[in-house]
Design a protein around this ligand. Sequence first.
Ligand SMILES: Cc1cc2nc3c(=O)[nH]c(=O)nc-3n(C[C@H](O)[C@H](O)[C@H](O)COP(=O)(O)OP(=O)(O)OC[C@H]3O[C@@H](n4cnc5c(N)ncnc54)[C@H](O)[C@@H]3O)c2cc1C
Ligand code: FES
Length: 252
Amino acid sequence: MQYTVTENRALTAQVFRLTLMGDTRTFTHPGQFAQVQVPGFYLRRPLSVYDWQPAEAGSMTLVYKVLGEGTRALAGIPKGAVLDVLPGLGNGFQPELAQAAKAKAPLLIGGGIGTPPLYGLCKALLRDGQTPAVVLGFGTAEEVILQDDFAALGVPVYVTTLDGSAGRKGFVTDAAETLAGSFDYVYTCGPEPMLKAVYGLCQRHDVDGQFSFEERMACGFGACMGCSCHTKYGSKRICKDGPVLLKEEIIW
Ligand SMILES: Cc1cc2nc3c(=O)[nH]c(=O)nc-3n(C[C@H](O)[C@H](O)[C@H](O)COP(=O)(O)OP(=O)(O)OC[C@H]3O[C@@H](n4cnc5c(N)ncnc54)[C@H](O)[C@@H]3O)c2cc1C
Ligand code: FES
């Protein structure tokens, strides 16, 4: 499907915000992702949806970090260009499952470029009448993104950096520990070592949650099995059955 670039601007030296106009009706849950075809690259690049307006002539915003050749080329795409994108992929976060489990006090934990999908989730939770707390972790102050976006939603935001140059010094789990007792459900996205530490936090405090994984992908829609992982309920494709897994199904 074709989308027109209406914004592609730098938020930090390495992180960009990309807004695309087109049909966004296939997005149903925050934490879903789009497969973006960067001109000149065979494999599409999966990027989580940060926010979207669902409509035939709708819009989606993605926030991405320049890591390799594909994202570097994407950063050079000008406003007005047309990109081929597969939107609405994956299961996304499912707040309805937390509500079914009677959880009422969500904590969102994002690490680095795992932070963007939590923004759409935060908006969805607020619409459902829940006010989450948000913990965001980065390496240094220069890498901090989206803190103001979350704060503008009126939720408490706690920032950590590894070197202490912004917010509290340490890991997201250090900040989350100080909030223990005030949350009964965790939603998280970030690098796998962080997800594992958050899993440990959930175990220590007997709290359930949803974890978004960033497996390397090829097709992105369930056809190639390239992103399979083992869960307690058998093999799952991160692109189709994920990227969000429930805590109870994760094997660590
Ligand atoms: C479901 C999903 C959602 C994602 N959401 C976002 C997002 O919102 N914003 C964002 O910036 N990135 C996101 N990513 C990661 C993003 O897809 C990769 O950073 C991107 O594809 C790298 O492309 P590249 O051509 O620049 O780098 P490449 O040249 O392909 O690789 C450069 C470096 O990035 C690493 N890398 C590549 N792909 C991944 C990946 N999938 N996961 C972890 N490391 C990778 C490589 O190991 C290598 O070190 C997501 C990935 C998945 C699977
Ligand atoms: S990337 Fe092809 S099945 Fe997941």
